[in-house]
Structures are given as C-alpha cells and as structure tokens.
Write a protein that binds this ligand. Structure first.
Ligand code: GTP
Ligand code: MN
Ligand code: MN
Length: 596
C-alpha cells in the first residue's frame, strides 16, 4: 500500500521500523468505520475478540488477555533520559542508547507473520493552537481498534500533520512473531516486557504487552509521561486527573479537576449522578487533564483523550449509572470481564451473579467458585462521545477554567473525608504527600499504603523532585485568588467493622457542595492541623440517613494517627535529597509544630 502522506520524517521512520521488524504488510490506518469493521472481523476470526449479543451490547466485543498480561507493569517501565539524574528516584532508568540497543534486538523480526499498522493520532482537539500529534506503529489489531476509541486518529490527523509537524514516535509490538504456517493465539504477548520512554527525543518503545496502559501509547505513555516533560519545559501541567463541570441549583458553574491514584474513583466522580436535587454534574474527562494558564491568568483544563478506559468491577446502575448508559449505546470493547451465556457481560458489583458465566480466563464459572469471575483490573473501552453527561465544552481546545483541584486516595484510616488547603503551597504539600493503598491497576501487591504524589507516581516522566518544584513555581505565576483552591478527599475511610464510613458515589455531591461553598467564601470550616475541615453540620445530609457518628468519624482528624504519619512523610521527602522544594519541608515542619 502506498503511503497516504508526504511527511518525510514519518515515511523514513515507518520504513526503518518495517525493515527492522519485518511485517508481512504495512497498513496505514484511516480511522474509517469500514476499517474498524474489517479489523474487528479479523480479531473475531483469530479469537482475540468475541462479538457480544447485539440485543444487549450493539457493536461490542469481549476480549480476554493472556493471564500474565492484565495490568500496567511498573517494574518494566523505564524513563530513559540522557542523564540518570533526570529520571529521579521514583523511575526505573536505563541509558537511552543501551535501552535502544537491547530493544532493537527484541524488535528485530518481531512482526514477522503479522501486519504492521501505522496509527496517526492527536491528543486533544485537532483544532488546538498547538495540536499534540503522535504516530503509533503496532502489530496488534486490538491496539488499533482500542486507539480508535481512545484517541482522535486516522486520515484527518495525518492530513493535519502536513509534511513536517512534530509528533511523538510510539512503537509497539506484542513481541510474538509467527513462523510461516504457525497459528496465532488469541492474545499474543511476550514474557519479556519493556515500556520505555525517551523524553528528549519524544519516543516511546513498548514491547511484549497488549494490556491497555502498556500498549495504547497515547494514554499513560504520551499524555502523562512524555507530556509531563513537555509541560515542565513549556510551563503547563499534564496530570492524572478527571475534569467535571458542576452547576448549582442557582445556575452557577464551577469546574473541578481531581487526581486520585489508579482505581480510586476518577471515572466514577467524572460521571457522578448527583443525589442532591437541582445539582448537575457534566463530564469533561475521567483520567487525564492537560492544564495551561489562559490569558486571564486562570488555569484551563483539556481532556486529551477521546474515550473512556474504565475499571469494570464495581461499575453498576447504583454506583455509576452514566457509565452504564454510555456502555448501553454499544461500540465498546470489554477486556477481562465475564461473559453471560446469552452474550452479555458481567462483573463483580453488578448484584447477584447469573447461575453460569464464562470467566475472564475463558473457563465456566458459577457463583460457588472461590474466585471472582472478572479480573479486578478488567476494563471497558468506549467512546466518550456516548456519555450522556458529556459537557459541551469537552471539544473546546481552550479548555475549561479550573476552580478547584482535589487530591484523593484510598485510606482506611487517618485521612478525613475532605480537607481544604490553606493556600497553593499547602495544597501542593497535600498532593506531594498523597498516599493510597495499592490496587489491581498495576502488577504487584494490593492494599499496601504508598506515597503517590498527585496520583502521578507511575506517570511522572522526569525527576519527581523537579515535578514538585514545577508545581510550586507555577503557583507563583498567579495570585492565590486566581489559582484553583486545593482540597484533599478520601471516600474510602472505614469503620471498626471494615465498612465504608461514607456512602460515596452519587452522595459525593454533598462534599462537592461544601467545596463549592468554600470557593464562594461560604461554608463553615474549622482549623485542624492538616487543613480546614467542615464540621459535620456543614455537610448537607438532606435525604440521607447515616449511622450515628459516621460522618463525624469520617471527618475526624486524629492527632495520634497523624503523628504516626510524620516519619513516613519524612522518609518519603528524604528520597528526593536536595531536589525537594524547601517550601515543602517548611510545610512538614509547620505540620509537626501544629501536631505538637
Ligand atoms: P483508573 O482508571 O485506573 O485511573 O482509576 P479511577 O480513578 O478512574 O477509578 P474508578 O473510578 O474506576 O474506581 C475504581 C474503584 O473504586 C471501583 O471499584 C469503584 O467502585 C470504587 N469507587 C469509586 N468511587 C467510589 C466511592 O465514592 N466510594 C467507594 N467506596 N468506592 C468507590
Ligand atoms: Mn488512570
Ligand atoms: Mn478511570
């Protein structure tokens, strides 16, 4: 097939990759419906996808990964900056030339027996002033189909790139060449995995995994790791944040961004169905926010993505009805969930399980099975345009002005339901010390408390100390009255029996209401050592009955628990050596003094 572009550099790179990886053919993706149909038909043919019953799930598919390829692999993720010091203490580092040497040998002949797809894509609206282009080369049709949902891609992007636009080169292979006559497997992948980033040359090299976070390279790899480096250099922020538009019963509009670690509630808050009458929440983004200062000095956020790649378990009509409505419109790919006998999907959290299912491993499953039917990190992938609560501003390349930033994590104890930072620097401190219990979204142990600055620990493409400095210094570019106010939230605090103290989900509007009152200079708050906390009476509980004392317990700041955090925070800060902003040490000292 002749190449549909005159972009010289792109043509050269595509030829070089094909010479190295030796695919059977090169396919330039145009993003058309016809192409999507052809690819998904092929994937059904190879057994990667199973077509779901169109009565339940129109134009939707079910995929099961290899059981070893189910999550992001942080151990195998590398920031290959020229200087090791630039990767910092929180990233794995290998010198770029050494990594490229090793990976070149892996890529040699890696696409034999397969098609090599070229996917031009754009993160954010194509009509942005400075559109952020990328091209992903992959030997996985599953990746092409998923990239079509998750990014703006295809012919229009290639045309917009012209002959010389700058773009991120994103190379992906599942690392499983086929010998002549060798049959493919439903989920090709390799034991050897590398997710490598070369921030100076704007390149991503991914090998061996087909799982979304490792293979849909526009998402975490570009829009967070590479973009965070661009953002540092260009004075903006690339963050792991949801974006919502909240309208009060009086018609006042506020925009809120929120950073919670993986599987800690961003997609759910992004589609919140408010229980308080008259309130409206609209979705702009559920995972990534790119934020720049506008001409008026305010911080404006854009969602660079085009789809939702959400955690399936726990998603249901009672918890996230808007996600269910989005999925009901079809055009979804479900990965590692269970399938019902009549061709629908099912996962834990959907109420009573049917008597019989096919589990995510492809085995028959019954409710008596000791194990969940769906992998805890199973995902749905669906166009964001289908979301019934999508805000009209979603497509606006200027973005929306952010009034408040939430930092949150998953903590059984210690961290109150909500607290307000005293100012920007204190807010950056709260973000820098954000902690959360680990989840199934990344390979490794689950439930271990770790520090996760701004929920970006796995996604900062450079030295985390420099990243915190960047946050501090951005705060100096505008007065505190113009900057978003920062809040810390925790929907996950437990009672003595292990139950959640706060009902969460649609009820979280009650917390947002208090936050918005605070933005307006209303809403009661009391000083605590860790920030301003609402008295229980300041949270609107109309229509909700909580067990006596539950809200007070959810809001409590226990000095003993916080004193126990101090050595952990100190140890965390010490990891950054001289790179930790002095202002953050000062915040820690002030907290110590307040705790006595
Ligand atoms: P990534 O997409 O991996 O970045 O995660 P995310 O932050 O979007 O997490 P998501 O919204 O998908 O939530 C993950 C899990 O947290 C699901 O099992 C939800 O049911 C649960 N969850 C979300 N919000 C709440 C809440 O307010 N309260 C409680 N108890 N659980 C919640
Ligand atoms: Mn995420
Ligand atoms: Mn999500």
């Amino acid at each position: 097939m002749s190449a549909p572009t005159d972009h010289r550099d792109l043509l050269t790179w595509v030829r070089q990759v094909a010479d190295l990886t030796r695919p059977d053919r090169v396919v330039w993706c145009d993003g058309s419906d016809e192409e999507y149909r052809r690819l998904t038909d092929e994937l059904v043919g190879t057994g990667t996808l199973v077509r779901l019953n169109p009565e339940h799930r129109p134009a939707s598919f079910w995929a099961c990964t290899d059981p070893t390829d189910v999550a992001r692999v942080e151990e195998r993720t590398f920031i290959c900056s020229a200087d090791e010091a630039d990767a910092g203490p929180t990233n794995n580092w290998v010198a770029p030339d050494e990594m490229k040497r090793a990976m070149t040998e892996l890529y040699r002949g890696a696409m034999r027996g397969r098609a090599m797809y070229v996917i031009p894509f754009c993160m954010g609206p194509l009509d942005a002033e400075d559109p952020k282009f990328g091209v992903e080369i992959t030997d996985s049709a599953y990746v092409v189909a998923s990239m079509r949902i998750m990014t703006r891609m295809g012919g229009a992007v290639l045309a917009a790139m012209g002959t010389d636009a700058q773009y991120v080169r994103a190379l992906h292979s599942v690392g499983m060449p086929l010998e002549p006559g060798e049959a493919d497997v439903p989920w090709p992948c390799s034991r050897t995995k590398y997710i490598s980033h070369f921030p100076e040359s704007l390149e991503i090299w991914s090998y061996g995994s087909g799982y979304g976070g490792n293979s849909l390279l526009g998402k975490k790899c570009y829009a967070l790791r590479i973009a965070s480096v661009l953002a540092r250099d260009e004075g903006w922020l690339a963050e792991h944040m949801l974006i919502i538009k909240v309208t009060s019963p009086a018609g006042q509009v506020r925009h809120i961004a929120g950073a919670f670690p993986s599987a800690c509630g961003k997609t759910n808050l992004a589609m919140l169905d408010p229980v308080l009458p008259g309130w409206k929440v609209e979705t702009i983004g559920d995972d990534i926010a790119w934020m720049r200062f506008g001409p008026d000095g305010r911080l404006y956020a854009v969602n660079p993505e085009f789809g939702l790649f959400g955690v399936a378990p726990g998603t249901d009509w009672t918890t996230n009805a808007n996600a269910m409505r989005t999925l009901a419109r079809g055009n979804a790919i479900f990965t590692n969930v269970a399938r019902t006998d009549d061709g629908d999907v099912w996962w834990e959290g959907m109420g009573e399980p049917p008597a019989h299912l096919t589990s995510w491993t492809g085995e028959p499953w019954m409710p008596s099975a000791g194990e969940p039917s769906s992998h805890p990190n199973s995902r749905f992938c669906v166009p964001i345009g289908q979301c019934p609560t999508l805000a009209a501003e979603y497509d606006d390349p200027r973005g929306v002005p952010i009034d408040a930033i939430l930092f949150g994590g998953r903590r059984r104890t210690t961290v109150p339901l909500v607290a307000e930072a005293r100012d920007w620097t204190h807010g950056v401190y709260l973000g820098a010390t954000l902690s959360s219990e680990t989840t199934a979204a990344a390979a490794g142990a689950v439930g271990v408390v770790r520090r996760d600055p701004m929920a970006m620990l796995p996604f900062i493409g450079y030295h985390a100390g420099d990243y915190l400095n960047h946050w501090i210094s951005l705060g100096k570019s505008a007065p505190d009255t113009v900057l978003p106010k920062i809040f810390y939230v925790n929907w996950f605090r437990r009672d003595d029996d292990g139950g959640f103290l706060w009902p969460g989900f649609g009820e979280n509007i009650r917390v947002l209401k208090w936050i918005i009152e605070r933005l307006d200079g209303r809403g009661a708050a009391v000083e605590s050592p860790i920030g301003l906390v609402p008295p229980a009476s300041a949270i609107d509980l109309s229509g909700l009955s909580l067990p006596p004392g539950a809200l007070e317990a959810a809001l409590a700041v226990d000095p003993d628990e916080w004193r126990a955090e101090l050595p952990l925070i100190t140890e965390w800060f010490e990891r950054f050596g001289g790179k930790l902003p002095a202002a953050l040490w000062a915040e820690l000292d002030a907290l110590k003094a307040r705790l006595g």
